[in-house]
Design a protein around this ligand. Structure first.
Ligand code: GCB
Length: 623
């Protein structure tokens, strides 16, 4: 207890880094310095983390706003991530500055962005320190991970003053090994989260959405046995009829270890053996399987056992593939009646991350007659994907390679690849996800094509059971729109964005537009649309009115029906969302108004127009 209370008093009287990054050894009541260990191995990815028993660390965290990142950088801007004043050995008898106190610091809620919690943080882009006490009783012979649903954009974590991990990327989950640093009883965790935009970030400096910062998704502790299931992939085979195939990967197990997969409802109980690479290959026939589809979103309880570890997931089984210009779901051609969605919370605004947010957003999509959603422009929360599985919505899931990232920078490629690995590793068992999208509206040049083709090749290795896409730009020659971007070669399904009637021409321009598509592959118009302020009415020629927006949709639908290989659409966008690029006073007021529904849930005319078209099957053909 003496030990703890000393820690506690130090904690409230040091600047963050003094306590956070420095490693303390308390011997006979006096403080000496220990060499700070490097943060443990890089965070690992867990499939189905939300299905494991966990200790929630959600709730109120103390917070310190640190715009100059004084807690992490010395006065000569040298990083002190691994130790306070790394450039100067601490001396016995050093005293600590007394310029921070987590005990009295104001609170921020987790999970949540900080921008919508405190007026002064609305536009804030920079680092904020978070701190939270918790009690924990680690069990012997276990490993414990700090699971972070997402922290935008870079984050660093310390537990009981010891550095445990750092992470880059604002929309994927990761797990820091905290086994060695947890104490039985009282513990504390400190995080620094920095949403500064970087030229070499993914995404980069320019986006058309709000740069919500913070611990935006749930944080918890997950305890697993020393040998445990980290990732698994179970899906319906495309080639072997009525067979489920895939693999289970174990961490910390020796080759020869056994894995068991059970699906009680189907009477399945099968086992497999771990090979040198840590994986057990799974393949078994099933009879009486009800395939997952938007009409029948059937999910099965799947139990995986490996020694003392076990996990129960709920998984739907379906196939997705292309044949010529068709998309086949469970072997049958399908047209994707969709809409694009940002992770903006309906009504309350800020980052969407609750079941309720997901059910509201996806409920609106269902109400409109959708069987498909494009979850733009980054991986969404697991709650969204679970809801899509339950509600029967096919999903396009996207890597945040948005607009012009540094395509010629190998470090940026590594960041994009890491985020893809995390996205796929976390979400690979959702029946709803049919498309992995590599990028959105990237400029056509050799470096870009090479960059994205490299990502696509990686995804083919990681997950050959799904389709690869990207949202491309199109070019024009007179009245003809041309899709011939060389990136199309690397894709299974070609997405393209166009804004006839908004950024170019009038809505009627669509009537005389022809399309030339140089690929014999399925096409999805991944964006079209225009802005309207809910409740603003006028003539169809008056911009920003609901009538103008509806007129865009009217003419677009006519045009889209003339593109023979169109297999889906996800107009931009389901709901108005915050964007700093949208300053038009009285109309936008900081919102992109291309929503079919306002941020307060008011449905605009175009919503009903599209609903009618979807319900009457008046748009698109499956074959
Ligand atoms: C686009 C982008 C999307 C924007 C949209 C717009 O092409 O992909 O992120 O929000 O246009 O409203 O301009």
């Amino acid at each position: 207890m003496k030990h703890l209370s000393l820690c506690r008093s130090l904690r409230s009287s040091c600047r963050p880094a003094a306590l956070l990054a420095a490693q303390f050894l308390l011997t006979a009541g006096c403080l000496v310095w220990a060499a700070p260990p490097a943060p443990s191995s890089p965070p690992i990815v867990l499939t189905g983390a939300d299905r494991r028993p966990s200790t929630s660390l959600n709730g109120d965290w103390a917070s310190i706003v640190d715009p100059y990142f004084n807690g992490l950088f010395s006065f000569h801007h040298e990083i002190k991530a691994n130790g306070f004043f790394l450039n100067r050995k601490a001396q016995p008898g050093d005293t600590f500055p007394t310029e921070y106190d987590f005990g009295k610091a104001p609170k921020l809620k987790v999970p949540a962005d900080w921008n919508s919690q405190r007026e002064s943080l609305f536009y804030y882009e920079g680092p904020i320190w978070y701190q939270r006490d918790f009690t924990y009783q680690p069990k012997p012979q276990t490993r414990i991970f700090l699971h972070v649903g997402a922290a935008n954009y870079r984050s660093w974590f310390w537990v009981n003053g010891q550095a445990v991990c750092e992470h880059e990327g604002g929309f994927t989950s990761f797990n820091c090994d905290v086994t060695a640093v947890l104490h039985p009883g009282a513990n504390f965790v400190v995080a620094a989260v920095d949403n500064t935009r970087h030229e070499d970030g993914v995404p980069t400096l320019e986006t058309d959405w709000w740069n919500y910062g913070g611990l935006t998704r749930s944080v918890s502790l997950i305890q697993v046995p020393q040998a445990f299931i980290d990732q698994y992939d179970l899906h319906l085979s495309r080639t072997a009829p009525s067979s489920i195939e895939g693999w289970v990967h174990l961490q910390g197990a020796l080759p020869g270890a056994k894995v068991q997969v059970e699906i009680p409802e189907l009477g399945v109980n099968t086992s497999a053996t771990i090979a040198e690479n840590g994986r057990a290959i799974i393949h078994f026939p099933v009879s009486g399987l009800q395939r997952w589809s938007p009409e029948t979103p059937k999910l099965y309880k799947v139990q995986i056992h490996a020694g003392p570890d076990a996990i129960e997931d709920v998984i739907g089984f379906r196939t997705i593939e292309t044949r010529g210009t068709e998309i086949l779901l469970n072997g049958k051609p399908i047209f994707l009646r969709g809409v694009a969605i940002h992770a903006e919370a309906p009504y309350r605004l800020g980052r969407a991350n609750t079941d309720k947010d997901a059910e509201t957003l996806l409920g609106w999509a269902k109400e409109m007659g959708c069987n498909f959603v494009r979850l733009a422009h980054y991986p969404h929360d697991e709650t969204m994907l679970r809801a899509a599985d339950r509600m029967g919505l096919l999903v396009w899931s996207e890597n945040p390679v948005y607009w012009a990232v540094q395509f010629d920078n190998p470090k940026v490629l590594a960041k994009a690849a890491q985020q893809l690995d995390e996205e796929i590793g976390t979400s690979r068992n959702h029946a709803s996800i049919i498309l992995w999208s590599m990028a959105n509206e990237t400029p056509e040049n050799g470096a870009r094509t090479q960059f994205i083709a490299t990502l696509a090749a990686r995804v083919r290795e990681l997950d050959p059971s799904r389709l690869i896409t990207a949202a491309l730009l199109v070019r024009s020659e007179g009245h003809t729109k041309i899709i011939d971007d060389p990136l199309g070669k690397a894709l299974d399904v070609i997405g393209f964005n166009e804004y006839i009637g908004w950024y170019e021409q009038t809505p009627q321009g669509a009537d005389t537009t022809n399309w030339r598509v140089d690929y014999q592959k399925p096409l999805i118009v991944s964006e079209f649309g225009g802005g309207a302020k809910a409740g603003l009415h006028g003539k169809p020629t008056d911009r920003w009115t609901e009538e103008y927006q509806a007129d865009i949709y009217r003419h677009q639908l006519g045009m889209l029906n003339r593109i023979p290989q169109l297999r889906g659409m996800s107009p931009w966008v389901l709901m108005d969302f915050r964007s700093p690029n949208r300053p038009l006073v009285g109309i936008q007021d900081g919102f992109n108004r291309k929503g079919l529904i306002s941020d307060q849930g008011q449905k605009k005319q175009a919503f009903f127009l599209l609903q009618k078209a979807y319900n009457e099957n008046a748009v698109g053909k499956a074959d």
